[in-house]
Design a protein around this ligand. Structure first.
Ligand code: MRU
Length: 345
């Protein structure tokens, strides 16, 4: 896949062009954003989303912020850049790729001798981060496709496809690669309440890729698993702790427990940029809490009585014992996740 084949984000030297994912599938609306604050808002509003894509957008946002800083005094410039980075870091707390990308950008900035050099180096680094995420997804799909047999029905949750990764996709990349190998694959896509990434984005991507998909509500997963209609589950992740505990879209934990109960393999496909060695276990992963309105409303239509309280954790943590394998660009890890992760990192 070429960079230009992926509509999620395109770098235009001093601004980015993103496909507004909140408008899909009704409309394909592209936005050109030239200010780091507008990228930060786009991240918070999920116009661009999915851990790897969040990291890439965050890196480009740093470049845009840096280009607008007028000071030519290195120390003053770096001080202002740190404020830019803080704003971007405040958007999506669970996505490990964002913090990894921001760390890289900060290190590059601090290594630069003068402001002009730093600005050029930041732009180069952001492109490298983008290229790295793209390349990783291709390798993930290669490793993961070996686990998918001809005739499989794969259940996936949320959206871990090209839109979420700026590349080939993690979970969906694996499915697409298996299809390219000539395997006949069907997908059960969970709608993924509250923001419906599965219904809106995964089915959109699968339709484009010519892969038969059946949309189900989140609560139907157990029904299909118990009927023997799911051969494996593949999901992406937002952050993985050093022991393999996996934070992914809310509802993933439920699917993992259901998969275990029904003897169905449960795979997590991620680039190593999603793995956070600084956190020993999943309990330490920060979980993004989003607005109650996303639960009490669907597309601004209120579905619950006025005044009803609602909770909206955007992610949950699946303990590593529920994983059948972790699929990364560096290979597949099974069972002893802590040791396996240490080896590949
Ligand atoms: O809130 P979102 O839409 O950014 O959540 C996305 C997910 O949960 C994905 O599964 C995850 O980021 C992996 S993307 C390859």
């Amino acid at each position: 896949m070429k960079k230009s084949d992926n509509p999620a984000i395109e770098w235009l030297s001093n601004r980015v062009r993103i496909l507004d994912q909140t408008r899909l599938p009704q409309a394909e609306v592209y936005l050109e954003l030239g200010d780091y604050r507008s990228i930060a808002s786009a991240l918070t509003e999920l116009k661009i989303r999915g851990a790897p894509a969040i990291g890439v957008a965050g890196a480009y946002a740093v470049v845009m912020g840096a280009l607008k800083i007028e000071s030519t005094v290195r120390a003053e410039f770096l001080e202002k850049l740190r404020a830019v980075i803080r704003t971007i870091a405040d958007t999506r707390p669970t996505a490990r790729n964002l913090f990894r990308a921001l760390d890289r950008m900060r290190q590059v900035a601090e290594a630069g001798a003068d402001v002009a050099e730093i600005k050029t180096a930041l732009a180069d680094e952001a492109v490298k981060i983008h290229d790295g995420e793209m390349a990783a997804t291709f390798e993930i799909s290669r490793h993961g496709a070996a686990l998918i047999e001809d005739g499989f029905t794969v259940l996936t949750h949320c959206n871990a496809g090209p839109l979420a990764t700026t590349g080939y996709g993690t979970a969906i990349g694996v499915i697409m690669r298996a299809k390219e190998q000539g395997k006949k694959i069907k997908v059960l896509a969970t709608e993924t309440r509250p923001l419906l990434q599965g219904a809106r984005l995964t089915t959109w991507e699968l339709k484009k890729a010519g892969i038969p998909a059946t949309l189900i509500t989140d609560s139907m997963a157990g029904y299909f698993m118990s009927k023997g209609e799911v051969d494996c589950v593949i999901v992406g992740a937002d952050r993985i702790a050093a022991n393999g505990d996996t934070a992914n879209k809310i509802g993933t934990y439920t699917l993992a427990v259901l998969a275990r109960e029904n003897d169905i393999p449960f795979y997590v496909a991620v680039p190593t940029t999603t793995i956070d060695l600084s956190l020993a276990i999943g309990d330490e992963i920060p979980i993004e809490q989003r607005s109650e309105d996303e639960v009490t409303h669907i597309w601004e239509v209120r579905i619950a009585p006025e005044g009803v309280a609602a909770a909206n954790p955007a992610f949950d943590v699946t303990p590593h014992r529920y994983l059948t394998a972790l699929i990364t660009e560096k290979g597949i890890i099974r069972r002893n996740y802590e040791e396996g992760i240490k080896k590949i990192m």
